[in-house]
Write a protein of this length. Sequence first.
Length: 271
Amino acid sequence: MFRFWLINILDALRYIFYPILCKIISNPNNPHHKAYKAFLYEPVDGTKKQLLPFFNRKLTIVIYPEKVYGNFLFARNIVRWLLYYNPFPDDSAAYGENDFFMTYRQIFNDYKLNPEGYEVQLSWFDKKMYRQYNYGERKGNCYIVRKGRERNDIPKELDGPIIDDFSEEEKVRIFNQCKYCYSYDLQTFYSTIASVCGCISVIVLEPGKKKEDYWSQKDLEYGFGVAYGNTPEEINYACKTREMLLKSLDFRESNEEAIMSFLNLLEKRFG
């Protein structure tokens, strides 16, 4: 019992002293230090770390998205959920040898890390937030850049706002004002949200690429309400399938199945 309390008290104290040690010892300009130090107090955005009652670190499972480098929470049982492509394919220090990997979609999977292709896909949609309220006249364009910011084909000047850094309420307002939304991020749900809000939503393909180069046949079969390229055929498809998109955004049943699959994978891996 004494050992149990000692371990958990030391674990709690670490969250007090670790940021101080980071300032004294670590390089404050290190991008990983800057990105993760806030999570020592709020591991989940907006949710403070719970110190009481204590949690047993041996039994706790921590889930990191693919972009988290290392193990800044010093967890013992780690799941890496590949929500996008592996950003550290040539860095063996990014992930631990015993980390358990799964992917959000097979197109994002790194088969060196997840050879079994374990997949867990959870979706959520706030219908009160993301909705169309302007059924009248629309003008102009808006743009999504996000993960496409390194693309060489983005014009130096765009004729409309880039919504990346706006609040969610502001994004919805712009999506309800503009007629077209062009996305240079090939894998963002905001293209779907733009369509829900009434925009003609267009994913801008890279020069010389086809939509089949980015999405599986399964993805394309359910890619309602979005144009994959700025052609008349794709624009027409996006407009004709928008109602199908709206009906497809109830994820309750599929999420329940995904959660059960996820729990089964955790039980299989960690016992």
